[in-house]
Design a protein around this ligand. Structure first.
Ligand SMILES: NC(=O)c1ccc[n+]([C@@H]2O[C@H](COP(=O)([O-])OP(=O)(O)OC[C@H]3O[C@@H](n4cnc5c(N)ncnc54)[C@H](OP(=O)(O)O)[C@@H]3O)[C@@H](O)[C@H]2O)c1
Length: 310
C-alpha cells in the first residue's frame, strides 16, 4: 500500500471519542462534524449562532439518527465567550480527543476584535490559540489527543508583521487572510515542537482543504462573482472532499506529528489528502517562538506546556 494513502471509510469506530469542532455549522466544519459523528464519536459543535448550530445538528441527525451531538455557543471574536465556555464544558466532559480549530472568515471589510486586533488574525488564529490553551488539560487527558489547525494555500500571501494591519489605512484584506492562515500554520508547527520537547503524547497537525465550495467566499465582490463561479466549477472540490485533509490529520495513526495535510492535485487545489509542504517562513522555529510569545502577550496568558503537563 502507498505510504501516503488514507482511507477514511476504513477508520475504526470512534465510540467514546470526543471531538470539539469550531465553526461546525457550515462548510468544512459541518462536514468534519458529520463524518466524526457517522463514526460514533461524540461531537461538540461550537457555533457563534445557536440557531444555525441546531439546524446543522438536525441535518446530521437526519442522516445519522443515533449521532451524539452537542451544540455549544462560541463566538471567536470575543475573549469572554471563549472563557465562558470552559466552566460549562468542564461540567459535561473531562476529556477531548480531537480539537479542530476550524472556524474562519476570509477577506471581510475591516473590523477589529477586542477593540485592537484585525479581525481575521483575531478570529482565525489568536482566538484558537486561546481556545487551545484553555482546552489543553482536557486534551492531555486523552491518551490519543490531537489538535488540528486549519491553514490554507493562502499562508503564502502572509507575512509575520502581526501588528501591522490594525488600522483601516493599513488593512489589506488578502494579505491579512494570508497572515492569519500563516499564523495558524506556524502555531501548529510550534505547538508540536513544544509537545515533543515535553514528551507529551498529544499531537499537533495542520490541514488545508485546497479550494472547497463553502460559505467562505461570501465577501467576494459582486463584480467578481461570475468569474468566481467559473473558477469554482473547474478548480474547486466539494466541502466533503475538502474536509478529508482534516479527517486524515485527526485519524491517520501513521502520520508524523507536526505534518501538514492538503490535497494531492494540481497546486493542491483538490485531490486526496496527502502530506504537503509549506513556505520557509512557516517552518522557521524563530517565527514559532516569536508568534507564541506575541500571542501570550496579547492575551495576557502563559501557555507553558511543561507547566501544564506536570
Ligand atoms: N473553503 C476553502 O476553500 C478553504 C481554503 C483554505 C482554508 N479554509 C479554511 O477552512 C476553515 C473553514 O472554512 P469554510 O471554508 O468551511 O467556510 P464557512 O463555510 O464560511 O465556515 C466558516 C465557519 O466559521 C464560523 N465563524 C466565522 N466567524 C466566527 C466567529 N467569530 N466565531 C465563531 N465561528 C465563526 C462560521 O460561522 P457562521 O456560519 O455563523 O458565519 C462558519 O461556521 C476556515 O478556517 C478557512 O480559512 C477554507
Amino acid at each position: 500500500m502507498d505510504d501516503d494513502y488514507f482511507d477514511y471509510e476504513t477508520t475504526v469506530d470512534l465510540e467514546r471519542k470526543v471531538a470539539f469542532v469550531t465553526g461546525a455549522n457550515s462548510g468544512l466544519g459541518f462536514e468534519t462534524s458529520k463524518m466524526l459523528a457517522s463514526k460514533n464519536a461524540t461531537v461538540i459543535m461550537a457555533c457563534r449562532n445557536l440557531e444555525k448550530g441546531n439546524e446543522a445538528k438536525e441535518r446530521i441527525l437526519d442522516e445519522y439518527p443515533e449521532a451524539d451531538i452537542k451544540v455549544v455557543y462560541l463566538d471567536l471574536s470575543s475573549k469572554e465567550s471563549i472563557y465562558n465556555l470552559l466552566p460549562f464544558l468542564k461540567k459535561k466532559i473531562d476529556t477531548i480527543d480531537f480539537l479542530v480549530n476550524n472556524a474562519g472568515v476570509m477577506m471581510p471589510p475591516f473590523a477589529l476584535v477586542e477593540g485592537n486586533m484585525e479581525s481575521q488574525l483575531g478570529i482565525n488564529f489568536l482566538s484558537h490559540f486561546l481556545l487551545t490553551y484553555l482546552l489543553f488539560p482536557l486534551i492531555e487527558n486523552s491518551p490519543e489527543g490531537r489538535i488540528v489547525n486549519l491553514s490554507s494555500i493562502a499562508h503564502r500571501w502572509g507575512d509575520v508583521n502581526w501588528n501591522a494591519y490594525n488600522t483601516p489605512a493599513t488593512y489589506d484584506r488578502k494579505k491579512c487572510y494570508g497572515q492569519s492562515k500563516l499564523a495558524c500554520l506556524i502555531f501548529a508547527y510550534e505547538l508540536q515542537r513544544r509537545l515533543t520537547a515535553e514528551q507529551s503524547h498529544v499531537k499537533s497537525f495542520a490541514a488545508h482543504p485546497g479550494a472547497s465550495s463553502t460559505n467562505l467566499f461570501q465577501f467576494v465582490a459582486p463584480w467578481q462573482r461570475p468569474i468566481m463561479h467559473i473558477i469554482e466549477r473547474f478548480f474547486f472540490q466539494d466541502a466533503t472532499d475538502g474536509a478529508m485533509s482534516t479527517m486524515r490529520a485527526l485519524l491517520d495513526p501513521y502520520l508524523v506529528p507536526g505534518s501538514f495535510i492538503g490535497p494531492s492535485g494540481f497546486r493542491e487545489l483538490k485531490g486526496d489528502p496527502v502530506v504537503v509542504s509549506s513556505n520557509p517562513i512557516s517552518k522557521d522555529p524563530i517565527n514559532g517562538t516569536k508568534l507564541w510569545e506575541w500571542s501570550e502577550k496579547q492575551l495576557g496568558i502563559k501557555f507553558d506546556i511543561e507547566e501544564m503537563i506536570r
